[in-house]
Design a binder for this molecule. Structure first.
Ligand code: HMG
Ligand code: MG
Length: 302
């Protein structure tokens, strides 16, 4: 086994977690969530998306949320930018990192960003070049890396192709995303292997939605491959508006519990993390979608 001794988690709750919420979440609540995550020890937070407000109304306040942040040194703030319009809008917010997002399935690419995979890469190329010129780190997400809501199983060769295309335009890091949470460990391992044909281990992360309860297993097999960076979502919030029925990313609390239990450092304070999850869950009027958070909150009551 090749387990890393440290893991970096990117909390995508404020973005992936909240983007699908129907009722508007005020910018002040999003900002407070980011503040709570950074005070819990998260070193990177995916804050928001500069996408079309017609497509994703919940992210329409992207600039306000970025503007309202009290940044903590040592914390990176990332945002999604699907095209130059999004990048230009994001630039004034001074993100540390931008995320371009492609899909390993054509049907999902069309539904999510209204273009083919090849067209998406053409759109991303100037975004990546402009980000580099501005000194902003670039990450790419590969959606539907194991399964697609419209096409079913996705072959590792598709992941390899998108990884290669991302590399060719200069994207520095890629996330292998199981958008709809259908992946199981060996399928995820194959998708990771495909991505690793074009990117180093240090430049690949896992982004696992937990729809079928497989995300911890998928995280574990990735750790065993040496992958040490993962996107997780506070309180298990979320889902993609263009992947109906898919639930949130694996809860940050659950992954932290597993990692700390394995003796792997994250730099995260579990108590403060649980508080952050309770804060946003109370605002949304539901319980955290995390076994670890539920268990730890119950323990506090006893
Ligand atoms: P489009 O309609 O093809 O774009 O959308 P267009 O260039 O033809 O422009 C149409 C209109 O949108 C114009 O406005 C543009 O100005 C405007 P109009 O003239 O009609 O008033 N527009 C924009 N407005 C604000 N910000 C922008 C922007 N671009 C154009 N950046 C587009 C293309 C990509 C914009 C659209 O499809 C879109 O916004 N899609 C949203 C996709 C999204 O946010 N999905 C969820 C995030 S991805 C995800 O969750 C997966 C991930 O978690 C990994 C995983 O789990 O798989 C990352
Ligand atoms: Mg996602």
């Amino acid at each position: 086994m090749n387990l890393p001794s440290k893991v970096k988690l990117v909390d995508v709750g404020p973005r992936d977690g909240l983007q699908n919420e129907k009722a508007p979440v005020p910018a002040a609540v999003k900002i407070e969530l980011v503040h709570r995550l950074q005070s819990a020890g998260l070193k990177e937070i995916e804050v928001t998306s500069f996408v079309s407000p017609k497509w994703v109304p919940q992210m329409a306040d992207a600039a306000d949320v970025m503007k309202g942040l009290e940044r903590q040194s040592g914390v990176r703030y990332s945002v999604l930018t699907p095209n130059m319009k999004g990048f230009e809008a994001a630039l004034t917010s001074k993100p540390d990192e931008i995320v371009v997002f492609a899909a390993a399935s054509e049907a999902f690419s069309q539904r999510n960003i209204n273009c083919s995979i090849a067209e998406s890469i053409e759109r991303f190329a100037p975004v990546v070049a402009a980000a580099k010129a501005a000194g902003i780190y670039t990450r790419g997400a590969i959606s539907c890396a194991v399964g697609c809501p419209y096409e079913g199983d996705v072959a590792p060769a598709q992941v390899e192709l998108v990884a290669k295309l991302m590399k060719s335009i200069g994207v520095e890091h890629i996330g292998v995303a199981d958008t709809i949470g259908v992946g199981t460990p060996l399928k995820v391992q194959r998708a990771m292997d495909a991505a690793l044909k074009h990117y180093d281990l240090d430049d690949v992360s896992g982004h696992f939605h937990d729809t079928y309860g497989q995300a911890l297993g998928n995280t574990l097999i990735s750790l065993q491959m040496g992958v040490w960076q993962f996107d997780t979502s506070i309180a298990g919030l979320g889902g993609c508006p263009y992947a109906k029925g898919a639930t949130g990313n694996v809860a940050t609390e659950d992954v932290v519990y597993m990692l700390h239990g394995m003796g792997i450092e994250t730099g995260i304070d579990m108590d403060k993390l649980v508080d952050a999850g309770q804060f946003i869950s109370e605002f949304l009027g539901r319980k955290p979608n995390s076994n670890a958070a539920t268990a730890l909150s119950n323990k506090r009551l006893n």
